[in-house]
Design a protein around this ligand. Structure first.
Ligand SMILES: [Zn+2]
Length: 373
């Protein structure tokens, strides 16, 4: 059987459904569609079994008698139009598939509404957070990271002596506080006065905060507080809370990092503040770590008061409400200074200069600091 379309080669991309390999193939039309790679037929799809698959390419095909994930993509619109005439059942069953999807979504929505009704969102967050696998949390963190970096601007500072000092400080804080989760800590060149922790163990110190600190203990206290948030998975909890039922639906469908719900949740983690309980627990980590190092948590409290103008300005480190009782606690837990300095004077100066070889970036957050309380 020959016709005009057989004389022109139709190029396509083939995924065999068993590997991730993207294979360049040509198509031959005989009694069935033959998928040809390097002159050899690698698959044969009966015409009646070929169906249209969703996709952005001009034409994306699947086959009811091939592995379920096998796909054939034809990017050229003319070629696609010529090919489709061979497949009598191309759009069969599509209405049914659509209905199935709507039913699944409704079911997911119903399940999440039931959850919300029974437990309430904050409780769900507490119950769900420990169940979220670390790999998922890491993917969420990467999505939030992009959002946060867009808000704060700046790039990762890597001046070697400064980075060595920063790593030394973070490692002392981790050991003293008993931090036992994966961690990735960086200094960003943004001039915004802030520090923050993201899901998946990413912790950032912004140069703007570093430049306003008068001692290692002030910065160390803040970073220990961030380690506390990372250890307690507070970022993940907040994502679940703010993403609410959208997050649950996403989780059910295995798509937690795609879609507008994620963008919304990512944005809100940068904008909103943690609960008072989460702040207290993060402060617990500061107190434990600083005391373990024979240092006082008090400089951190005083630092926060200094950079926020005593709470008059809505500028608070990493969206943490600074209440008078937080500083009072730091003062109460001040046992004086018995341990060696966390960094030598030389290391402290190196840390302060870690971003000195990077062009200053004011960041898009500008004067709009991120706490509302
Ligand atoms: Zn905090």
């Amino acid at each position: 059987m020959t016709d005009a379309s057989d004389t022109t080669t139709i190029a396509a991309v083939f995924y065999d459904g068993t590997s991730n390999r993207k294979r360049s193939v040509t198509l031959r039309f005989a009694d069935a569609m033959e998928i040809v790679e390097d002159g050899a037929v690698v698959a044969t799809w009966p015409f009646a079994d070929v169906r249209r698959a969703d996709g952005r390419k001009a034409l994306r095909l699947m086959c009811t008698s091939a592995p379920p994930l096998a796909r054939l993509e034809i990017a050229d619109a003319d070629a696609a139009a010529r090919v489709t005439v061979h497949f009598p059942q191309l759009d069969a069953g599509r209405a049914g598939a659509q209905t199935g999807r709507i039913v699944a979504w409704s079911l997911a929505a119903a399940v999440s509404i039931v959850f919300v009704t029974i437990f309430g969102i904050p409780l769900i967050a507490d119950r769900l957070a420990p169940l979220v696998p670390y790999a998922v949390e890491k993917r969420i963190g990467e999505a939030v990271d992009r959002q946060a970096r867009a808000v704060f601007g700046g790039q990762v500072c890597t001046r070697p002596d400064g980075k060595a000092a920063f790593d030394k400080m973070m490692s002392k804080l981790k050991d003293a506080g008993g931090f036992d989760a994966p961690l990735e800590a960086h200094v960003l060149s943004s001039s915004i006065t802030n520090a923050y922790a993201l899901p998946g163990g990413k912790v950032y110190l912004l140069d703007g905060l570093l430049q306003r600190a008068k001692s290692v203990d002030e910065v160390a206290g803040v970073m220990a507080h961030e380690l506390g948030h990372a250890q307690n998975r507070d970022g993940l909890r907040k994502i679940i809370q703010t993403g609410g039922s959208s997050f649950l639906i996403g989780l059910l469908f295995g798509d937690v990092t795609g879609g507008s719900a994620m963008l919304f949740a990512a944005r809100s983690i940068v904008d909103a503040s943690y609960s008072r309980e989460a702040e207290t627990r993060a402060d617990d980590f500061t107190i434990k770590a600083m005391r373990g190092l024979g240092r006082s948590p008090r400089p951190m409290g005083e630092f926060l008061v200094r950079v926020t103008g005593g709470g008059r300005i809505a500028t608070v480190i990493d969206s943490h409400p600074l209440s008078a009782d937080r500083l009072d606690r730091m003062k109460q837990d001040d046992r004086g200074v018995a341990g060696a300095p966390i960094l030598t004077e030389q290391e402290w100066q190196a840390l302060r200069a870690i971003c000195s070889d990077v062009k200053k970036d004011p960041g898009k957050g500008g004067e709009r600091f991120i706490d509302r309380k």
